[in-house]
Design a protein around this ligand. Structure first.
Ligand code: UD2
Ligand code: MN
Length: 347
Protein backbone atom coordinates (compact mmCIF):
# COMPACT_ATOMS: atom_id res chain seq x y z
CA UNK A 1 0.00 0.00 0.00
CA UNK A 2 2.80 2.43 1.03
CA UNK A 3 4.65 1.53 -2.16
CA UNK A 4 1.61 2.39 -4.23
CA UNK A 5 1.36 5.77 -2.44
CA UNK A 6 5.04 6.57 -3.17
CA UNK A 7 4.74 5.63 -6.82
CA UNK A 8 1.56 7.63 -7.32
CA UNK A 9 3.16 10.57 -5.46
CA UNK A 10 6.20 10.42 -7.74
CA UNK A 11 3.98 10.17 -10.77
CA UNK A 12 2.06 13.25 -9.67
CA UNK A 13 5.34 15.16 -9.26
CA UNK A 14 6.54 14.13 -12.72
CA UNK A 15 3.21 15.06 -14.32
CA UNK A 16 3.26 18.38 -12.46
CA UNK A 17 6.81 19.10 -13.61
CA UNK A 18 6.07 18.28 -17.24
CA UNK A 19 2.91 20.37 -17.24
CA UNK A 20 4.60 23.28 -15.52
CA UNK A 21 7.49 23.11 -17.99
CA UNK A 22 5.10 23.07 -20.91
CA UNK A 23 3.05 25.83 -19.30
CA UNK A 24 6.19 27.85 -18.73
CA UNK A 25 7.44 27.44 -22.26
CA UNK A 26 4.00 28.38 -23.50
CA UNK A 27 4.11 31.39 -21.16
CA UNK A 28 7.50 32.37 -22.57
CA UNK A 29 6.15 32.10 -26.09
CA UNK A 30 3.15 34.26 -25.24
CA UNK A 31 5.27 36.63 -23.15
CA UNK A 32 7.07 37.69 -26.25
CA UNK A 33 4.53 39.42 -28.43
CA UNK A 34 4.29 38.11 -31.96
CA UNK A 35 7.08 39.41 -34.15
CA UNK A 36 4.79 42.21 -35.22
CA UNK A 37 5.03 43.62 -31.68
CA UNK A 38 8.74 42.98 -31.66
CA UNK A 39 10.48 45.88 -33.32
CA UNK A 40 8.96 46.10 -36.71
CA UNK A 41 8.28 43.22 -39.08
CA UNK A 42 10.04 44.61 -42.10
CA UNK A 43 8.01 44.07 -45.20
CA UNK A 44 9.89 45.86 -47.97
CA UNK A 45 13.60 45.50 -48.64
CA UNK A 46 14.39 49.21 -48.98
CA UNK A 47 12.32 50.05 -45.93
CA UNK A 48 14.15 47.20 -44.17
CA UNK A 49 17.43 48.79 -45.13
CA UNK A 50 16.42 52.25 -43.91
CA UNK A 51 14.96 50.72 -40.78
CA UNK A 52 18.04 48.69 -39.99
CA UNK A 53 20.51 51.40 -40.60
CA UNK A 54 19.29 53.66 -37.86
CA UNK A 55 19.91 57.36 -37.58
CA UNK A 56 22.80 56.85 -35.23
CA UNK A 57 24.29 54.41 -37.72
CA UNK A 58 23.11 55.86 -41.03
CA UNK A 59 25.77 58.51 -41.09
CA UNK A 60 28.31 55.84 -40.46
CA UNK A 61 31.44 56.55 -38.52
CA UNK A 62 34.17 57.86 -40.74
CA UNK A 63 36.92 56.11 -38.79
CA UNK A 64 39.38 56.55 -41.53
CA UNK A 65 42.41 54.31 -41.15
CA UNK A 66 43.49 55.02 -44.71
CA UNK A 67 46.07 57.71 -45.17
CA UNK A 68 44.29 59.44 -48.03
CA UNK A 69 40.65 60.29 -47.08
CA UNK A 70 38.34 58.27 -49.31
CA UNK A 71 34.74 59.34 -50.00
CA UNK A 72 32.18 57.73 -47.68
CA UNK A 73 30.60 54.63 -49.28
CA UNK A 74 27.03 55.16 -50.54
CA UNK A 75 24.16 54.56 -48.13
CA UNK A 76 23.06 51.54 -50.20
CA UNK A 77 25.84 49.58 -51.81
CA UNK A 78 25.57 49.48 -55.62
CA UNK A 79 27.15 46.00 -55.55
CA UNK A 80 24.16 44.20 -53.99
CA UNK A 81 22.62 41.42 -56.09
CA UNK A 82 19.76 40.07 -53.96
CA UNK A 83 19.17 36.27 -54.03
CA UNK A 84 22.24 34.03 -54.24
CA UNK A 85 22.24 30.44 -55.47
CA UNK A 86 24.50 28.17 -53.46
CA UNK A 87 26.52 25.20 -54.63
CA UNK A 88 28.72 23.07 -52.38
CA UNK A 89 31.51 21.70 -54.57
CA UNK A 90 32.81 18.70 -52.59
CA UNK A 91 36.34 19.24 -53.88
CA UNK A 92 36.50 22.83 -52.53
CA UNK A 93 39.42 23.32 -50.14
CA UNK A 94 40.22 26.19 -47.74
CA UNK A 95 43.30 26.85 -49.90
CA UNK A 96 41.00 27.37 -52.93
CA UNK A 97 38.96 29.87 -50.92
CA UNK A 98 42.12 31.71 -49.85
CA UNK A 99 43.30 31.93 -53.46
CA UNK A 100 39.88 33.20 -54.52
CA UNK A 101 39.91 36.09 -52.04
CA UNK A 102 43.41 37.63 -52.04
CA UNK A 103 41.87 40.98 -51.10
CA UNK A 104 41.08 39.67 -47.60
CA UNK A 105 43.80 40.79 -45.16
CA UNK A 106 45.40 38.39 -42.68
CA UNK A 107 43.02 37.59 -39.83
CA UNK A 108 39.98 37.73 -42.11
CA UNK A 109 39.93 41.57 -42.21
CA UNK A 110 38.55 43.63 -45.11
CA UNK A 111 37.86 47.27 -45.87
CA UNK A 112 36.47 48.61 -49.16
CA UNK A 113 39.31 49.89 -51.34
CA UNK A 114 37.50 52.70 -53.12
CA UNK A 115 35.40 54.27 -50.37
CA UNK A 116 35.35 54.71 -46.61
CA UNK A 117 33.10 52.04 -45.03
CA UNK A 118 30.09 53.44 -43.20
CA UNK A 119 29.84 50.39 -40.95
CA UNK A 120 32.24 48.27 -38.94
CA UNK A 121 31.10 44.74 -38.11
CA UNK A 122 32.74 41.82 -36.29
CA UNK A 123 31.43 38.37 -37.24
CA UNK A 124 31.76 35.92 -34.30
CA UNK A 125 31.45 32.20 -35.07
CA UNK A 126 31.36 29.60 -32.25
CA UNK A 127 33.19 26.52 -33.48
CA UNK A 128 34.49 23.00 -32.88
CA UNK A 129 34.88 20.12 -35.38
CA UNK A 130 32.96 21.95 -38.13
CA UNK A 131 35.83 22.76 -40.50
CA UNK A 132 33.75 21.35 -43.39
CA UNK A 133 31.00 23.90 -42.75
CA UNK A 134 33.41 26.73 -41.98
CA UNK A 135 35.03 26.39 -45.42
CA UNK A 136 31.70 26.92 -47.19
CA UNK A 137 30.64 29.74 -44.87
CA UNK A 138 33.89 31.61 -45.61
CA UNK A 139 33.49 30.87 -49.34
CA UNK A 140 30.12 32.70 -49.40
CA UNK A 141 30.38 35.15 -46.51
CA UNK A 142 33.45 37.11 -47.63
CA UNK A 143 32.02 38.19 -51.02
CA UNK A 144 28.61 38.74 -49.34
CA UNK A 145 30.13 41.22 -46.84
CA UNK A 146 32.32 42.86 -49.46
CA UNK A 147 29.31 43.56 -51.69
CA UNK A 148 27.82 45.34 -48.65
CA UNK A 149 30.97 47.55 -48.55
CA UNK A 150 31.56 46.83 -44.85
CA UNK A 151 34.71 47.16 -42.81
CA UNK A 152 34.58 43.72 -41.21
CA UNK A 153 36.55 40.96 -39.58
CA UNK A 154 35.70 37.29 -39.07
CA UNK A 155 36.53 35.70 -35.69
CA UNK A 156 36.22 31.96 -35.15
CA UNK A 157 36.03 31.16 -31.43
CA UNK A 158 37.17 27.57 -31.15
CA UNK A 159 36.40 25.52 -28.03
CA UNK A 160 39.47 23.61 -26.88
CA UNK A 161 39.26 20.13 -25.38
CA UNK A 162 36.38 17.75 -25.68
CA UNK A 163 34.11 18.71 -22.82
CA UNK A 164 30.49 19.42 -23.82
CA UNK A 165 30.15 22.37 -26.17
CA UNK A 166 29.13 25.72 -24.68
CA UNK A 167 28.10 28.05 -27.50
CA UNK A 168 27.02 31.08 -25.49
CA UNK A 169 30.16 31.10 -23.35
CA UNK A 170 32.25 31.02 -26.54
CA UNK A 171 30.32 33.99 -27.87
CA UNK A 172 30.97 35.93 -24.64
CA UNK A 173 34.67 35.20 -25.12
CA UNK A 174 34.44 36.26 -28.76
CA UNK A 175 32.98 39.64 -27.81
CA UNK A 176 35.73 40.38 -25.29
CA UNK A 177 38.47 39.37 -27.68
CA UNK A 178 37.07 41.13 -30.77
CA UNK A 179 36.48 44.39 -28.86
CA UNK A 180 40.04 44.29 -27.59
CA UNK A 181 41.18 44.43 -31.20
CA UNK A 182 38.82 47.18 -32.40
CA UNK A 183 35.79 49.10 -31.08
CA UNK A 184 33.44 47.31 -33.49
CA UNK A 185 30.12 49.13 -33.86
CA UNK A 186 28.29 45.86 -34.54
CA UNK A 187 28.72 42.25 -33.37
CA UNK A 188 27.18 39.50 -35.54
CA UNK A 189 26.87 36.05 -33.89
CA UNK A 190 26.78 33.43 -36.60
CA UNK A 191 26.18 29.67 -36.69
CA UNK A 192 28.93 28.08 -38.78
CA UNK A 193 26.46 26.07 -40.89
CA UNK A 194 24.16 28.93 -41.94
CA UNK A 195 24.82 30.50 -45.34
CA UNK A 196 22.98 33.78 -46.08
CA UNK A 197 21.33 33.62 -49.53
CA UNK A 198 20.33 37.25 -50.06
CA UNK A 199 22.92 40.03 -49.80
CA UNK A 200 20.22 42.60 -49.06
CA UNK A 201 20.30 41.13 -45.53
CA UNK A 202 22.66 43.84 -44.37
CA UNK A 203 25.12 42.86 -41.64
CA UNK A 204 24.76 46.16 -39.79
CA UNK A 205 23.23 46.74 -36.34
CA UNK A 206 20.11 48.74 -35.63
CA UNK A 207 18.50 50.63 -32.78
CA UNK A 208 17.48 47.30 -31.18
CA UNK A 209 19.05 43.83 -31.27
CA UNK A 210 18.59 42.07 -34.58
CA UNK A 211 17.56 38.53 -35.42
CA UNK A 212 18.83 38.10 -38.98
CA UNK A 213 18.02 34.41 -39.67
CA UNK A 214 14.27 34.75 -40.12
CA UNK A 215 13.81 32.38 -43.08
CA UNK A 216 15.90 29.21 -42.91
CA UNK A 217 15.38 26.36 -45.37
CA UNK A 218 15.24 23.86 -42.46
CA UNK A 219 12.11 25.64 -41.10
CA UNK A 220 10.40 26.16 -44.46
CA UNK A 221 11.71 29.74 -44.79
CA UNK A 222 9.66 31.11 -41.92
CA UNK A 223 9.96 31.54 -38.14
CA UNK A 224 9.53 28.15 -36.40
CA UNK A 225 7.87 30.00 -33.50
CA UNK A 226 7.17 33.65 -32.65
CA UNK A 227 9.99 34.14 -30.16
CA UNK A 228 12.59 32.27 -32.21
CA UNK A 229 16.01 33.95 -31.87
CA UNK A 230 18.40 31.35 -33.27
CA UNK A 231 21.14 31.08 -35.85
CA UNK A 232 22.33 34.61 -36.65
CA UNK A 233 21.82 37.60 -34.34
CA UNK A 234 23.42 41.03 -33.99
CA UNK A 235 23.98 43.43 -31.10
CA UNK A 236 25.83 46.70 -30.72
CA UNK A 237 28.30 46.47 -27.83
CA UNK A 238 25.91 48.64 -25.77
CA UNK A 239 22.94 46.38 -26.48
CA UNK A 240 25.09 43.36 -25.59
CA UNK A 241 26.05 44.99 -22.27
CA UNK A 242 22.42 45.95 -21.61
CA UNK A 243 21.46 42.24 -21.57
CA UNK A 244 24.60 41.41 -19.50
CA UNK A 245 25.89 39.39 -22.42
CA UNK A 246 25.02 35.76 -22.89
CA UNK A 247 24.46 32.99 -20.30
CA UNK A 248 27.56 30.98 -19.39
CA UNK A 249 25.99 27.79 -18.15
CA UNK A 250 24.21 26.16 -21.05
CA UNK A 251 26.39 23.07 -21.56
CA UNK A 252 25.24 21.23 -24.70
CA UNK A 253 22.49 21.71 -27.22
CA UNK A 254 19.38 23.79 -26.68
CA UNK A 255 17.69 26.95 -25.41
CA UNK A 256 20.68 29.26 -25.01
CA UNK A 257 19.31 31.21 -27.98
CA UNK A 258 15.87 31.39 -26.32
CA UNK A 259 17.57 32.63 -23.12
CA UNK A 260 19.27 35.41 -25.11
CA UNK A 261 15.97 36.33 -26.78
CA UNK A 262 14.33 36.46 -23.34
CA UNK A 263 17.08 38.77 -22.06
CA UNK A 264 16.38 41.21 -24.89
CA UNK A 265 12.76 41.31 -23.76
CA UNK A 266 13.60 41.53 -20.03
CA UNK A 267 15.99 44.39 -20.78
CA UNK A 268 13.00 46.17 -22.36
CA UNK A 269 14.40 46.09 -25.86
CA UNK A 270 12.77 44.79 -29.04
CA UNK A 271 13.93 42.57 -31.88
CA UNK A 272 14.40 43.86 -35.41
CA UNK A 273 14.08 41.35 -38.24
CA UNK A 274 14.48 41.40 -42.00
CA UNK A 275 11.54 40.33 -44.14
CA UNK A 276 11.16 36.62 -44.89
CA UNK A 277 12.16 37.50 -48.46
CA UNK A 278 15.54 38.90 -47.43
CA UNK A 279 16.37 36.99 -44.21
CA UNK A 280 16.92 33.72 -46.07
CA UNK A 281 19.56 31.16 -45.14
CA UNK A 282 20.48 27.64 -46.15
CA UNK A 283 21.54 25.50 -43.18
CA UNK A 284 24.07 22.87 -44.30
CA UNK A 285 22.47 19.57 -43.32
CA UNK A 286 24.02 17.98 -40.24
CA UNK A 287 23.24 15.57 -37.44
CA UNK A 288 23.86 16.07 -33.72
CA UNK A 289 27.52 16.58 -32.79
CA UNK A 290 28.78 14.01 -30.31
CA UNK A 291 30.38 16.79 -28.24
CA UNK A 292 27.12 18.74 -28.04
CA UNK A 293 24.66 16.43 -26.30
CA UNK A 294 21.15 17.72 -25.60
CA UNK A 295 21.26 19.83 -22.45
CA UNK A 296 18.75 18.16 -20.13
CA UNK A 297 18.70 21.23 -17.87
CA UNK A 298 17.90 23.65 -20.67
CA UNK A 299 14.30 24.45 -19.78
CA UNK A 300 15.16 24.70 -16.07
CA UNK A 301 17.82 27.28 -16.95
CA UNK A 302 15.37 29.10 -19.19
CA UNK A 303 12.96 29.36 -16.27
CA UNK A 304 15.81 30.61 -14.06
CA UNK A 305 16.81 33.17 -16.67
CA UNK A 306 13.98 35.34 -15.44
CA UNK A 307 15.94 36.21 -12.31
CA UNK A 308 19.39 34.90 -13.26
CA UNK A 309 20.18 36.98 -16.30
CA UNK A 310 21.67 39.89 -14.39
CA UNK A 311 24.04 37.59 -12.53
CA UNK A 312 25.08 35.18 -15.26
CA UNK A 313 26.70 36.71 -18.33
CA UNK A 314 29.43 39.04 -19.43
CA UNK A 315 30.17 40.05 -15.85
CA UNK A 316 31.98 36.74 -15.37
CA UNK A 317 34.67 36.04 -17.92
CA UNK A 318 34.76 32.28 -17.70
CA UNK A 319 37.36 31.44 -20.31
CA UNK A 320 41.03 31.72 -21.05
CA UNK A 321 42.70 32.24 -24.41
CA UNK A 322 44.97 29.40 -25.49
CA UNK A 323 45.95 30.85 -28.87
CA UNK A 324 45.23 33.76 -31.23
CA UNK A 325 46.03 32.98 -34.88
CA UNK A 326 45.62 35.48 -37.71
CA UNK A 327 44.84 33.10 -40.58
CA UNK A 328 44.27 34.23 -44.19
CA UNK A 329 40.46 34.14 -44.02
CA UNK A 330 39.72 34.54 -40.30
CA UNK A 331 41.15 35.11 -36.86
CA UNK A 332 41.16 31.82 -34.98
CA UNK A 333 40.89 32.22 -31.21
CA UNK A 334 41.15 28.95 -29.31
CA UNK A 335 39.76 29.19 -25.79
CA UNK A 336 39.42 26.97 -22.76
CA UNK A 337 35.87 27.37 -21.38
CA UNK A 338 36.40 24.76 -18.65
CA UNK A 339 33.46 22.74 -17.31
CA UNK A 340 30.67 23.44 -14.77
CA UNK A 341 33.35 22.67 -12.14
CA UNK A 342 35.53 25.60 -13.28
CA UNK A 343 38.28 26.45 -15.76
CA UNK A 344 40.72 23.87 -14.38
CA UNK A 345 38.59 21.15 -12.80
CA UNK A 346 40.40 18.37 -10.91
CA UNK A 347 41.13 15.43 -13.26
C1 UD2 B 1 19.98 25.68 -33.34
C2 UD2 B 1 20.27 27.15 -33.40
C3 UD2 B 1 21.60 27.43 -32.74
C4 UD2 B 1 21.63 26.93 -31.32
C5 UD2 B 1 21.20 25.45 -31.28
C6 UD2 B 1 20.94 25.03 -29.85
C7 UD2 B 1 19.25 27.72 -35.49
C8 UD2 B 1 19.47 28.05 -36.95
N1 UD2 B 1 20.37 27.55 -34.79
O1 UD2 B 1 21.00 25.12 -34.15
O2 UD2 B 1 21.79 28.86 -32.73
O3 UD2 B 1 20.76 27.72 -30.54
O4 UD2 B 1 20.00 25.22 -31.99
O5 UD2 B 1 22.08 25.01 -29.09
O6 UD2 B 1 18.16 27.61 -35.03
N2 UD2 B 1 28.79 24.12 -33.01
C9 UD2 B 1 30.09 23.69 -33.35
N3 UD2 B 1 30.49 22.44 -32.99
C10 UD2 B 1 29.66 21.58 -32.31
C11 UD2 B 1 28.35 22.02 -31.97
C12 UD2 B 1 27.93 23.30 -32.33
O7 UD2 B 1 30.84 24.42 -33.98
O8 UD2 B 1 30.10 20.47 -32.02
C13 UD2 B 1 28.42 25.50 -33.29
C14 UD2 B 1 28.23 25.79 -34.77
O9 UD2 B 1 28.50 27.15 -35.05
C15 UD2 B 1 26.75 25.50 -34.92
C16 UD2 B 1 26.19 26.12 -33.65
O10 UD2 B 1 27.18 25.83 -32.65
O11 UD2 B 1 26.21 26.07 -36.07
C17 UD2 B 1 24.82 25.58 -33.21
O12 UD2 B 1 24.90 24.18 -33.09
P1 UD2 B 1 24.05 23.22 -34.11
O13 UD2 B 1 24.23 23.73 -35.49
O14 UD2 B 1 24.42 21.82 -33.84
O15 UD2 B 1 22.55 23.44 -33.60
P2 UD2 B 1 21.24 23.59 -34.49
O16 UD2 B 1 21.47 23.53 -35.94
O17 UD2 B 1 20.18 22.76 -33.90
MN1 MN C 1 23.01 23.87 -37.25
Amino acid sequence: MVKLKVVSGLLAVVVYMVLSELAFLDYIQKMFHSPKNYGVEISRQNYMYEHYVDTHLTKGQNKSQNKEVLPLCPNTSPLLRGPINLTFPSELTLANVQQKYPQVELGGRYRPLDCEARHHTAIIIPHRDREHHLKFLLYYLHPFLQRQQLDYSIYVIHQAGNYTFNKARLMNAGVREALQEKEWECLFFHDVDLIPTDDRNIYVCGSHPKHAATAINKFGFKLPYDTYFGGVTAFTPDQYRTINGFPNNYWGWGCEDDDIGLRVYLAKMRVLRPSLEVGRYDMIKHGHDKGNTVNRLRSKYLVNALENWKRDGLNEDMYEVISWERLPLYTNITVNVGTPAGLHPPP
